[in-house]
Write a protein that binds this ligand. Structure first.
Ligand SMILES: CC(C)(COP(=O)(O)OP(=O)(O)OC[C@H]1O[C@@H](n2cnc3c(N)ncnc32)[C@H](O)[C@@H]1OP(=O)(O)O)[C@@H](O)C(=O)NCCC(=O)NCCS
Length: 428
């Protein structure tokens, strides 16, 4: 017998049997529960969608209590160990790990699309010298839709594939241009001989040398960080991507919106906030007083806690290992000792333990990025580059899902009831 939920409406005494499928009831099944013929029907109230599944997805699986993260069924630990970002992006986008020839074709296509139209460079030159790189990233993403009007053909598989290649290829170039603009240096052209992460580092940091070769440890560290950030199921920015995409906007416009969501300190800005917090604390001796203030509700321990992970974020474990390798090359980030002390205290303290607040992916990523030479303003951009793969995969899944429609949540209206217009002189 199929699973069901029986609901008795105390207002009418009527009973309703609602089917349970995949551990959910359909919110629309509640609509039949009415007080009388005039009644609109029952809705569910779920601000911030904390307990509402808005889609079926095959991309990413998270078990927040157990600290599990998998892309298309492959555990994140195995991908971080054996894969590279381009292969992981292929897996996320197309569902399977590529065979050698598929991988080679994919990598070649990406390499062929890394260059930016010269007018994009001109557009980016128009920003103020101190413009935040994430602001530049968001605006340039939106502008890309005007360069590729064919992207509006969202129901053409061929067009979607072309935009996918363009996007994965161009996000590092746009990000590097934003960085170079903010430090007043000329833009570096991509180098097709290099890996995805290696070429990105080349576009960021090459000065007068004819060939730039990043330190292999740093190149690999950045690639693994890209793998860890490639998707994270229905988070804030991905929900925005799906919501904008549901109105059939082109993918560049949708990504501009998703990136804007990522910009916020509670999402992609968290690692920047971690570093600001560490600078604010200043020294080891101030750590206990800072923890006391957090426990008194006067601020948060940034990089701790997560909407879904109620145990150690599996990505944070991998990042901690990478941090050691990076610091061997770059020298230790002086803020690291303070971060380790904060973690040590928080993992023993009843306040954090009882609320299941553990370090998340952002707690250490900022320290690594800073040690590699990135200014804090670049952190959300470094998140947006790999997340582009996840956004596109989720967007495509939404477009091809017959269950989906334009996203349109409901509300409970709590404003004034109808009242007559009052002229200016009579207003109190
Ligand atoms: C990520 C985050 C937004 C998730 O929030 P959430 O699941 O909605 O959790 P809530 O805001 O409901 O918090 C639950 C409780 O833990 C506390 N809490 C959550 N995160 C905390 C933090 N980082 N420091 C101190 N207390 C925290 C809240 O004050 C609340 O306590 P209360 O029950 O006494 O009121 C939140 O943990 C946070 O702000 N973390 C810091 C920012 C960050 O690192 N974001 C990156 C996410 S990848």
């Amino acid at each position: 017998m199929a699973d069901t939920l029986t609901v008795t409406d105390s207002r009418t005494g009527k009973q309703y049997v609602l089917p349970i499928e995949d551990g959910t009831i359909r919110a629309m099944d509640l609509r039949q529960i009415k007080k009388d013929g005039e009644d609109f029907g029952l809705m569910s109230y779920d601000p911030a969608f904390t307990n509402t599944a808005a889609c079926r997805s095959r991309v990413t699986f998270i078990d927040g209590d157990k600290g599990v993260l998998m892309y298309r069924g492959y555990p994140i630990e195995q991908l971080a160990e054996h894969s590279d970002f381009l292969e992981t992006a292929y897996l996320i986008l197309f569902g399977e790990l590529p065979q050698q020839k598929q991988y080679d074709d994919w990598a070649r296509q990406i390499t062929l699309h890394t260059m930016l139209h010269t007018n994009i460079a001109k557009l980016m030159e128009g920003f103020r010298h101190d413009a935040h790189p994430m602001g530049m990233f968001i605006s340039t993403m939106g502008a890309l839709s005007t360069f590729y009007p064919d992207a509006k053909e969202i129901f053409s598989e061929e067009s979607r594939r072309l935009q996918t290649v363009r996007l994965i290829a161009k996000v590092p170039s746009i990000s590097a241009y934003a960085f170079r603009h903010s430090i007043g240096r000329p833009f570096n052209q991509p180098d097709n001989d290099l890996s995805y992460a290696g070429n990105f580092l080349n576009m960021l940091f090459r000065m007068t040398e004819l060939k730039f070769n990043a330190h292999p440890v740093l190149e690999r560290a950045l690639d693994v960080l890209f793998i860890l950030h490639a998707d994270h199921e229905q988070n804030c920015s991905t929900s925005v991507m799906r919501a904008i995409g549901s109105s059939h906007a082109d993918p560049y416009s949708a990504i501009a919106g998703a990136a804007a969501a990522l910009y916020g300190p509670l999402h992609g800005g968290a690692n920047e906030a971690v570093l600001r917090m560490l600078h604010e604390i200043g020294s080891m001796q101030n750590v206990p007083a800072f923890i006391k203030r957090v426990k008194a509700g006067e601020g948060r321990l940034m990089g701790f806690g997560h909407r879904v992970y109620k145990s150690y974020d599996p990505r944070a474990k991998i990042i901690k290992r990478i941090a050691d390798l990076v610091f061997d090359v770059t020298g230790k980030n002086p803020l690291l000792d303070m971060a380790l002390e904060l973690e040590r205290i928080a993992l023993e303290d009843e306040y954090f333990v009882s609320r299941k607040l553990y370090p998340n992916v952002d707690f250490y990523s900022g320290l690594i990025y800073q040690a590699m030479g990135f200014p804090v303003d670049m952190f959300p951009v470094l998140f947006a580059i790999p997340r582009t793969a996840g956004w596109i995969a989720q967007w495509e899944e939404m477009l091809t899902d017959p269950d989906q429609k334009i996203a349109r949540p409901r509300q409970i209206y709590v404003g004034p009831t109808q009242r007559p217009y009052v002229s200016k002189e009579k207003r109190r």
